[in-house]
Design a protein around this ligand. Structure first.
Ligand code: TRP
Length: 333
């Protein structure tokens, strides 16, 4: 049997090209060698999205994004996290193997604490327990299916380390029940820069959505921050936020030609932005049509997710049974 690749998308915003390059694209490349389980982490989104319509809509968007970008639901398994009850049972079990100190040191939580402290607020202000225990549910997401590899962006590295620690402790306490997973983090796309040069992230409001209408994408591309060098001046391509995005989508030859033009002088940022916009259009226009068609057909999306959940549970149920047995939980289920 093939080994398992698994990853999740948290539906908290429209998927953007940082998500695409950092996670979706590498994940889609793994499907030829692995059995893929790719899911929508809707219950993780609940830590921040507290609006019914929005959560529903974002979950469909994330699903349509995977499908439009090439995930084949007859081969790959795509499902909603919330459709797998076993994952929440496993999360409790794992919580009992997760040192509280480990969660205190988790970046996402620590950053908010530090912001609170520097603003003179109480340190846990605005932090719900779901956000605090987020890494435990994530460990359950991964360990429940016997996952071998987890394609993720660099920001998830620590979560994978926590998952491994918890799996190793569980195995040491009982026996080798858990597969200890490996993170797959692509070095060439470690960090995708956003419009302002910081990491592309919804929380910085500096993203280019993959499937927004053309005029919105054009607007975002035009907003990319550059310096004020005139066209004839030589420029450093490695310090340019437009080039930083362009090079991920252009073929090598075009990227090299552009690099030379930056160095030689003769490149206007406005023209470069136009080229980037056109490149994004040609990269995603077919998939965007597919995405829009899927978003018009919620019944189809529901069907795909239901089928996926059924298949995912075939992996989850026996592993959860093994966990219960190993611990000494001998109830009727
Ligand atoms: N935390 C991930 C993110 O924010 C989403 C996620 C949830 C995930 N569960 C996962 C990713 C399990 C990989 C494996 O992007």
């Amino acid at each position: 049997m093939k080994q398992i690749t698994l990853t999740g998308i948290k539906p908290t915003g429209q998927p953007h090209i940082g998500n695409y390059l950092g996670m979706i694209k590498p994940a889609l490349e793994l499907v030829k060698d692995y059995q893929a389980l790719y899911f929508i982490a809707d219950y993780h989104a609940l830590t921040t999205v507290k609006n019914q319509k929005e959560l529903e809509e974002l979950t469909y968007q994330a699903t349509a994004t995977w499908l439009a970008l090439g995930l084949n639901p007859d081969k790959e398994i795509i499902y909603r996290q919330s459709d797998i009850p076993e994952v929440f049972e496993l999360a409790w079990v794992l919580a009992c193997f997760t040192a509280k100190g480990l969660l205190n040191r988790a970046h996402a939580y620590k950053t908010i604490v530090e912001d609170n402290i520097s603003a003179g607020r109480e340190e846990d202000k605005g932090i719900n327990t779901g956000l605090y225990t987020y890494p435990v549910l994530m460990a359950a997401d991964i360990l429940l299916y016997g996952t071998h590899v987890v394609p993720v962006g660099l920001d998830q590295k620590q979560h994978l380390e926590i998952t491994r620690d918890v799996a190793i402790l569980f195995n040491k306490t009982y026996r080798e029940v858990m597969v200890v997973p490996e993170a797959v983090i692509r070095k060439d796309v470690m960090t995708i820069t956003g419009l302002d040069g910081r990491k592309m992230s919804k929380s910085y409001n500096n993203v280019i959505p993959i499937f927004a209408p053309s005029n919105q994408i054009r607007k975002q591309v035009m907003r990319i921050v550059t310096d004020s060098k005139r066209p004839e001046e030589p420029k450093n391509p490695d310090e340019c936020n437009v080039f930083a995005i362009y090079r991920h989508f252009a073929d090598e030859e075009s990227a090299d030609a552009k690099r030379q033009l930056y160095l030689d002088g003769g490149l206007a940022y406005g023209d470069m932005k136009k080229e980037l916009f056109e490149l994004l259009e040609s990269t995603f226009s077919t998939q965007r049509e597919e995405y829009n068609a899927l978003m018009e057909n919620r019944a189809e999306l529901d069907k795909v997710l239901e089928n996926g959940a059924e298949k995912a549970r075939d992996f989850a149920i026996p592993i959860m049974a093994k966990v219960r047995k190993a611990i000494g939980i001998t109830g009727v289920r």
